[in-house]
Design a protein around this ligand. Sequence first.
Ligand SMILES: Cc1ncc(COP(=O)(O)O)c(C=O)c1O
Length: 446
Amino acid sequence: MAGVISLVTPLPGPRSQALAARRAKAVPRGVPATTPLAIVHAENAVVTDADGNRLIDFGGGIGVVNSGHRHPRVVAAVQEQLEHFTHVCFPVSMYEPYIALAEKLNALTPGTHEKRTFFVNSGAEAVENAIKAARRFTGRQAIVCYEHGFHGRTYLGMSLASKVNPYKLGFGPFMPEVYRIPFPYCYRCDSVKKTPGSCCMASKAAMEQHFASIVDPGSVACVIIEPEIGEGGFMPVPVDYMVALREFCTAHGILLIADEIQTGFGRTGKMFAMEHYDVVPDLITTAKSLAGGLPLAAVTGRADVLDAAQPGGLGGTYGGNPLACAAALAVLDAMAEENIPARAAALGETIRDRFSGWAESVPEIGDVRGLGAMVAIELVKDRASKAPAKELTGKLQAEALKRGVILLSAGTLGNVIRVLVPLTVEDAVLEEGLAVMEAALKAARG
Ligand SMILES: Cc1ncc(COP(=O)(O)O)c(C=O)c1O
């Protein structure tokens, strides 16, 4: 049966090349270009470029279209909202879609306590605001983040970021009072105590020790953690570590912020990744797949924490734009009615099984990991040294693109291939994409 991939020119085709030439003269090189393609249309998991080439999108616009490109409900909701108004500025005059969406996020996020939600425009801005709120509530200044973490490209985002090049190189000085502790990266953990399912850092004593060498817990406003590290390489936090972290934070009056910007909205097989831990964070940041492709981000959390800021202290001109809120309400309806998180769990199993199968004959696959459909492979030169195979990772991406599949890399060491395919991808399209990946892996290894 014919697949959905259709390549009618070598990639990039002449139209993409022409646009790239204009781009080079109009846009700074600091804005990255993972593919050289100019996209003119997208539908569920398939994108079409300006030359008429059709490709499968395993990157989902970096985790933004968990509900698929142009989900019909999202398109209809935005069109409907367009007929009424596109902006009045929520801090000036309120509108129902903003409040309905805040109510939904308050109900859906982990924990039955009283919550509040407010909206901003990007993931980085949500992180900024969650931390701002944590400082205001606790009256403390220090922020604890993790090695391999990524939280955006603003000054606070960069200050929290672990990877220097490209995120921080030459952009300092960074914010003070940011302290970074080791992330429980099981694949690269040398602990002699290492036992599957048990984290050597998941004890009160280990946490006290990490903090003792860098910052007084009594001065810490918040710890920010990605339940599964995203840009840093798709490492899920071990369950016992997350439980111990919650206990440690509670004992020291520290707020726990779960950054669910990449893990959220069904990706890990649950609506929010924190549901895998049965741990309730004080604040949650979301963005990306919240509004199915429209720019929207949210801070959701304890009412007492978020109500601590004075009127005018939170908000902004565009935050909670009505088109984006309408899109997000449609995304959440689709998630519930199509049971998208359950679909993610099933997709994840299929993808993980396939990757694990390849690993039996491909020694460069050092690790296959991830929650639900937030799956990745870590590529190494050999399994004994675990030396990162960054070059092979790039080759695999390039070979996949040549054959019509967009793949994204990740990892502080640049040696991880992550899957962020729309969770609504049709089975046949997923199979076609995986077959391309397998062929590309073979070609990349030479
Ligand atoms: C976990 C996490 N936090 C924050 C961000 C920043 O989001 P944005 O690019 O929308 O500012 C990202 C983006 O990749 C992310 O993955």
